[in-house]
Write a protein that binds this ligand. Structure first.
Ligand code: IPE
Ligand code: IPE
Ligand code: MG
Length: 264
């Protein structure tokens, strides 16, 4: 499906050539859905004696790179953690910079994303975002909804706990209206009330910058994801780092609570 990019008319834009899947990766065992906690922008900047926000700017380039690679390599969905419900506690200037950056990048990149058949969605409590950003998001989601390429989910003002509470409330409201029998609430019904409804759970979670924690990301959906932590800081994340994450993933035995089929 994301292979649609391969056949798109090159005269339509300046998209770089398709990148081939590295030979050491097995094309039949790629994750269908990759999630990424893009961490380390501030440290990347600090190491260069730059203001933290320069790290965020460079982080956008890493995200564009990663999206293109995932699309080119046939990965069905990429979900990126851009701003958490806890990130409002950062200095006001940094928060304002990030909101303005999201607006600028979305306005600038939408046309190319659409042309490349990316289907973009923003997951989180969007009502708290600046009005201009909310409008851009609504427009981007509507414009790309029927695209046939990679699903690109950007978690913005996203918190796993908030998402779970929201799902519980939505189900409770349906019960209160007499539309839902509490006995009918199962895992499928619950998952349908999450922001990620309709998307398969991530197979692989990548966290950059060496932190070994989830930071309130996709608490439900990561139940059986394989975890890959790299010391690479997000702005430095590139094809080599993604290849290493995918090789790590392909070396894992996923058991989902069962046993290794070849064990005695
Ligand atoms: C991740 O980088 C980006 C966001 C959370 C918005 P950080 O800004 O957390 O970078 P560090 O962790 O301070 O290096
Ligand atoms: C997680 O990074 C959130 C995003 C990448 C958007 P943080 O930098 O906010 O996480 P903590 O505070 O180190 O756990
Ligand atoms: Mg951080």
């Amino acid at each position: 499906m994301s292979r649609a990019l391969a056949t798109s008319d090159p005269s339509q834009g300046s998209r770089p050539a398709l990148q081939a899947l590295p030979a050491d990766l097995d094309p039949t065992r790629l994750p269908a859905h990759v999630a990424v906690i893009m961490d380390g922008n501030g440290r990347w900047a600090r190491r260069r004696n730059l203001p933290r926000v320069m790290g965020h700017r460079e982080g956008v380039e890493a995200l564009k790179r990663t999206l293109r690679l995932c699309s080119d390599w046939g990965i069905g969905a990429l979900t990126a953690y851009a701003f958490s419900t806890e990130n409002w506690s950062r200095p006001g200037e940094e928060v304002s910079f990030l909101m303005a950056l999201f607006e600028r990048v979305l306005a600038r990149e939408l046309e190319a994303l659409d042309r490349e058949q990316v289907c973009i969605r923003f997951l989180g409590d969007l009502q708290q975002l600046p009005d201009g950003l909310q409008e851009l998001i609504a427009n981007a989601e509507a414009r790309t909804a029927s695209n046939s390429g990679i699903h690109f989910n950007v978690c913005t003002n996203y918190g796993g706990r908030r998402e779970l509470v929201r799902a519980a409330r939505r189900l409770a409201e349906q019960v209160a209206r007499g539309e839902l029998d509490p006995a009918a609430i199962d895992e499928t019904a619950f998952a349908a009330e999450l922001h990620t409804a309709g998307e398969c759970d991530p197979d692989l979670l990548i966290r950059t910058s060496g932190e070994h924690r989830i930071s309130n990301f996709l608490l439900w959906q990561l139940a059986y994801a394989e975890l890959h932590v790299t010391d690479v800081l997000w702005p430095d994340f590139d094809a080599q780092a993604l290849t290493l994450a995918l090789l790590d993933y392909q070396g894992r035995q996923r058991r989902f609570g069962g046993i290794d089929p070849v064990s005695p």
